[in-house]
Design a binder for this molecule. Structure first.
Ligand SMILES: Cc1cc2nc3c(=O)[nH]c(=O)nc-3n(C[C@H](O)[C@H](O)[C@H](O)COP(=O)(O)OP(=O)(O)OC[C@H]3O[C@@H](n4cnc5c(N)ncnc54)[C@H](O)[C@@H]3O)c2cc1C
Ligand code: SF4
Length: 480
C-alpha cells in the first residue's frame, strides 16, 4: 500500500522524498501523502478566480457556498472550509464523490467556460470532508434540547436521512423505516462501491444512530406495518421511498434466463462487497465474470452496470442506446470513464428481441436514426428497416430507468395524492402533501433524479415539518 501511494505521489509530479520507499514507515507515507493531497486540493482551489458571478453556486441544487470554501482551502484553512461546506450540505463527501458535476457546479464554472478546464469542485468538497472526518472535526449530533414530538420517515435513502439529520438536530424523536436490511437506499445498494465506498455511507448512518435516530430495518411499509399505523404513531410522516418499478423491455424472448434487471445486478454486487451470502451471484446468474455482457440503456444506471461488469471480469461489455452520444441522459464523464475502461458503446441501436430460447445467447439489434423532434423537443429515434443484426450475449442487463410504485394501492391509502406519473403530489417548497402532517421528498416526489436533489428535498421537508409541528403545538396550547 505504501509503495502504491508513493508511486502515485511520484507520478503526480511532486519531488521524491529523500528516503527510498523501502525505508519509509507507513506513518511517513501517511504524512507525505496528506501533505501532497493538501497541496493538490489547495492548487485546485486556488484556480477559482472568485469571479463574483458564482454560476457554480447557483447550479448546485444545495446552493453550496463554493467560492468561499475554495478560497479557504487555497489558504490552507481546511477546518473553516469544512464548516462552510457542511452548513448547506448534509453529506458533502458523498456529493463530492457522486454528483454529476459536469452537469451541475463544474459544468458552470467560469474557468471551464473560458476553455481552461473547470476547478474540480467535487473533488475538493470530498477532500475537505474526508479530512474533517479524519481530523475529528465532524462532531456528533447533540440536540440542545429534546422535544416530545416524533416523526416517522419511510425510506432510509439520502432524502430520508437528510431529513432525519435536520429533525434530530432540532431534538425531534425520529424513527426511520426501511424495507432493506441496511439503511442508505441507493447509496448502499444501487451506486457501486468504486464510485461511493460503502464505509463512507455507513459512518453517516452510524452518526445518526448515535444521535438517537431509531432505524426499523427489514420493515416493508404496506406489508410489515401499515401506513396508517405509522401515521398513528407519529406527529408527522415523511415519505421518501424512492422509485423502484423498473421499466421493462417489451420484445420477444425477454423472459429468458440471462436477462436481468439492473438493480438486481447492482444490488448483488454491492451485497458481495459487504460480505453477504448472495446465491444468485455465486451461481453466476448475477455475475458478469467470463461473460459477453450487453447492457441496454443510456442513463447513469447503465453506466454503473457496464463499469461493474468490467470490474467483475466480463470478456466483453457493450452498451446499446437508441439515441446518439450527444442525446444520452447519462453523464458524459461517465461515458468517457467507461470507454477508457474498455466498454464499447453502440449508439443508435435498440433491442428487437433475444435469441437462444430459454437461455439467452444474443440480442437482435435494430439500427436507429434520429428523426423529428417530439413534444419535448428531443429528436425521436426511428428504426432503420433492414439494418438488424445479432449481438452475441451471455448476460443482458436491462437499465431502462425506474418509475414510482403505486403507493396509494400498495399502502391502501387511496386519499394519498399522486401525479399522473405516479409520484407523490406535494408542494415543491414545503413538500407537504394534501394529507395533514404527511410530507414527501426525493425521487418519490420528483421522479428518478439525483442524490443532491434528494438531500435538498429532505432538508427542506424537515424544515417545513418543524414549522408545522411548532404550529400544531401552538394550536393545541391555544385550544386548552
Ligand atoms: C444504479 C443507480 C445509480 C445512481 N447513481 C447516481 C449517481 O452517481 N449520482 C447521483 O446523484 N444519483 C445517482 N442515482 C440516483 C440517486 O441514487 C437517487 O436519486 C437517490 O438515491 C434518491 O434518493 P431517495 O432518498 O429519494 O430514494 P432512495 O435512495 O431510493 O431510497 C429510498 C428508500 O426507501 C425504501 N423503501 C421504498 N419503499 C419502501 C417501503 N414500502 N417500506 C419501507 N421502505 C421502503 C427503499 O428500500 C430505500 O432504502 C443513481 C440511481 C441508481 C438507480
Ligand atoms: S453538492 Fe454536487 S453540485 Fe453542489 S457543489 Fe457539491 S458536487 Fe457540486
Amino acid at each position: 500500500m505504501a509503495t502504491e501511494k508513493m508511486l502515485r505521489f511520484v507520478t503526480l509530479g511532486k519531488e521524491m522524498p529523500e528516503k527510498r520507499p523501502a525505508e519509509l514507515r507507513a506513518h511517513d507515507f501517511h504524512e507525505i501523502y496528506r501533505e501532497f493531497a493538501d497541496a493538490k486540493a489547495a492548487e485546485q482551489a486556488s484556480r477559482c478566480s472568485q469571479c463574483g458571478v458564482p454560476y457554480c453556486q447557483s447550479h448546485c441544487p444545495l446552493h453550496n457556498n463554493i467560492p468561499d470554501w475554495l478560497r479557504l482551502t487555497a489558504q490552507g484553512r481546511l477546518q473553516e472550509a469544512y464548516e462552510i461546506s457542511q452548513a448547506t450540505n448534509t453529506f458533502p463527501e458523498i456529493c463530492g464523490r457522486i454528483c454529476p458535476q459536469d452537469r451541475l457546479c463544474e459544468g458552470n464554472c467560469v474557468i471551464e467556460q473560458s476553455g481552461h478546464g473547470t476547478v474540480t469542485i467535487g473533488a475538493v468538497e470530498k477532500y475537505i470532508t474526508d479530512t474533517a472526518w479524519e481530523q475529528g472535526w465532524v462532531k456528533p449530533i447533540r440536540p440542545a434540547q429534546e422535544r416530545g414530538e416524533s416523526v416517522g420517515i419511510i425510506g432510509a435513502g439520502p432524502g430520508g436521512l437528510a431529513a432525519a439529520d435536520v429533525l434530530r438536530r432540532a431534538g425531534v424523536q425520529v424513527t426511520v423505516y426501511d424495507r432493506h436490511d441496511r439503511a442508505g437506499g441507493l447509496l448502499t445498494y444501487g451506486i457501486p462501491g468504486f464510485k461511493l465506498e460503502k464505509p463512507v455511507v455507513m459512518r453517516r448512518i452510524a452518526q445518526l444512530e448515535e444521535a438517537g435516530v431509531t432505524f426499523r430495518l427489514n420493515c416493508n411499509v404496506g406489508t410489515d406495518i401499515s401506513f396508517d399505523a405509522i401515521r398513528g404513531q407519529h406527529d408527522a410522516v415523511l415519505i421518501a421511498t424512492g422509485v423502484y418499478k423498473a421499466r421493462d423491455i417489451e420484445a420477444p424472448g425477454v423472459g429468458a434466463q440471462g436477462i436481468v434487471k439492473a438493480l438486481d445486478y447492482l444490488t448483488a454486487s454491492n451485497r458481495k462487497s459487504f460480505g453477504d451470502e448472495v446465491p444468485a451471484f455465486d451461481n453466476g446468474a448475477l455475475n458478469a465474470a467470463g461473460k459477453r455482457v450487453v447492457v441496454i440503456g443510456g442513463g447513469d444506471t447503465a453506466m454503473d452496470c457496464v463499469r461493474t461488469a468490467i470490474r467483475q471480469g466480463a470478456t466483453s461489455v457493450k452498451c446499446l442506446y437508441r439515441r446518439d452520444r450527444a442525446n444520452m441522459p447519462g453523464s458524459q464523464r461517465e461515458v468517457q470513464n467507461a470507454e477508457e475502461e474498455g466498454v464499447e458503446f453502440v449508439w443508435l441501436s435498440a433491442p428487437k428481441g433475444f435469441t437462444g430460447g430459454t437461455v439467452v445467447d444474443g440480442v437482435i439489434v435494430q439500427r436507429m436514426r434520429l428523426g423529428a423532434p417530439d413534444a419535448s423537443g428531443r429528436q425521436s429515434p426511428e428504426v432503420i428497416e433492414g439494418g438488424d443484426y445479432v449481438e452475441p450475449a451471455d448476460l443482458v442487463i436491462q437499465a431502462l430507468g425506474f418509475e414510482p410504485e403505486d403507493l396509494p394501492l400498495l399502502w391502501g391509502v387511496p386519499e394519498l395524492p399522486v401525479t399522473r406519473w405516479g409520484t407523490v403530489k406535494a408542494d415543491f417548497q414545503t413538500h407537504a402533501t394534501a394529507l395533514p402532517g404527511v410530507y414527501a421528498a426525493g425521487d418519490i416526489q420528483r421522479g428518478a433524479s439525483l442524490v443532491v436533489w434528494a438531500i435538498r428535498d429532505g432538508r427542506e421537508a424537515a424544515e417545513a415539518m418543524l414549522a408545522w409541528l411548532a404550529q400544531s403545538a401552538g394550536a393545541s396550547v391555544a385550544a386548552e
